[in-house]
Each structure stands twice: as C-alpha cells, then as structure tokens.
Write a protein that binds this ligand. Structure first.
Ligand code: KIV
Length: 258
C-alpha cells in the first residue's frame, strides 16, 4: 500500500473507535507488532526517554529519529509508519518541510508534530509537498520545560475551546488525524465528536477517541522506572528479562572451567 492508501485507511476509521497504535523504535519490534496486526507504528520522540535514557523528549535530535525510523522501515510494515518531527527541527515552514522530507525519504509514511494554530503554516508546507501530517494536541511533551511539568489539559471550557481551535487550524492545513495527549475524558470525547478526522488518544480515558496509542514499553512492562498512571501493561518484560539474566549468570557460574 502507498502512504496515501494507508492514511486513507486510518482516516476511514473515523467514528469506529478502533484505531490501535503503538510506538515502535526498532526492527524486531516492528515485525512483531506488524504481524500482530497493529494499525499504526509511531517512531515517537518518546524514544529519548524509553530507549536513550534522556529525562524528556527535548534532547531528541533528527539523527536519533532517523536512526530508529530506518530500523523500523526495514521491517516493511503494513501498518502506517508515522515519525515525529523532533523539537527544534520545525521552527519555520521551510525547516519543517526539509525535516519532513528527510523522514519521508527514510521510510515514514507520515510525520507528526506538536501544537495547533502556531503550526498551521508548517503543516501546510508539508502537506503541499504530498507528505501526510498527523497533529498532536493537549499535553505537548516538547513543551515540558516551559510548562514546568506534564499537566492535564481540557480541564476548563476555555482550555477545551483552545484545543478545538488548534484542531480546526490543523484540519484546515490538511492533517489526517490528531493525537490527543492527557486531555480529560470529557474534553477528549467532545473534541472527537466535533471534528471530522480521527483522534488518537493517550491518557484521555477509554472510548473517548477514535483510537488509542500507547508507548510500547508501557504495554510490555519493559521500562519499570517510570510508568504513567494510565498505562495498562499486558505483560512484565522487565521481570522476565531480569529472571532470564539471573538464570544465565547462574548457569555460567555453575559451569566454571573444567
Ligand atoms: O513520542 C511519542 O511516543 C508520542 C506519543 C506519546 C503519542 O508522541
């Protein structure tokens, strides 16, 4: 399928509430998640924390995203592959387009950027070049330093109106979907009902958006040092990894030299 066909399939899910998306940062995980039937693989800048060990996403560079995106793309996923535009790589429409082009050339089917009205011109520049764009509203991790932490959004009617105005600006500029992060369930459901494109929620409660995205390490329980309150691990890879390593160490030590 072409990137445009994959995007059309996701866009066609508006209203069904069934888009299943996960972050993904490497080749084997891309193959496993794709074979499981995932709809969207996001090479997100969350890789800065859960793969590279930075305190937040503000340390992630384009080189980091390209390195992991290329690995994911080598799996030739049937899923839609979205790559994040890292912070400071889309400060102007020209720079946004150049960054998006390099991600598209490295195997992304679409790109994602954070923010609403102030990003509309950048989205226009990218979509005019034929590269699909996904928006990201609500809590914006790239602004964690300015905002002094990760704060829930959509707590007041004003905040909800502000997110909706951002969504409308992004839609007018051509985005095909919007990730809503840490928005109250009521506001997320209201925004989802109000806009004609899919919303993909994280930390927005259940059944409030057209789909959900999770950070893959939260799903797998493989990053135990920080687990967001909304995470729903389906397994505990951290414990099984430690257990396997302990068994290996014990086996080698018990063998000794003959
Ligand atoms: O980078 C990321 O993992 C994301 C998700 C939180 C949506 O942007």
């Amino acid at each position: 399928m072409t990137p445009q066909e994959k995007v059309a399939a996701i866009a066609g899910n508006k209203g069904a509430g069934s888009i299943a998306a996960l972050t993904c940062y490497d080749y084997p995980m891309a193959r496993l998640l794709d074979e499981a039937g995932i709809d969207v693989l996001l090479v997100g800048d969350s890789l800065g924390m859960v793969v590279l060990g930075f305190p937040d996403t503000t340390h992630v560079t384009l080189a980091h995203i390209l390195h992991h995106l290329e690995a994911v793309a080598r799996a030739k996923p049937k899923a839609l592959v979205i790559a994040d535009l890292p912070i400071r790589t889309y400060d102007t429409p020209e720079q946004a387009l150049e960054t998006a082009r390099s991600l598209f050339a490295a195997g992304a089917d679409a790109v994602k950027l954070e923010g609403g009205i102030r990003q509309a011109e950048k989205v226009r520049a990218i979509t005019a070049a034929g590269i699909p764009v996904c928006g990201h509203l609500g809590m914006l991790p790239q602004r964690v330093l300015e905002e002094g932490g990760y704060h829930k959004k959509g707590k007041t009617p004003e905040q909800t109106r502000e997110i909706l105005a951002g969504a409308q600006a992004l839609i007018d500029a051509g985005v095909f979907a919007i990730v809503l992060e840490s928005v109250t369930p009521t506001a997320a459901a209201e925004i989802t009902a109000a806009i004609p494109i899919p919303t993909i929620g994280i930390g927005c409660g259940e059944s409030t958006c057209d789909g959900e995205i999770a950070v893959v390490t939260d799903l797998l329980g493989s990053f135990p040092w920080f687990v967001p309150p909304f995470a729903k691990p389906e397994t505990d890879l951290a414990s099984s990894t430690t257990e396997a390593a302990k068994k290996y160490i014990a086996r080698i030590r018990s063998q000794g030299r003959q």
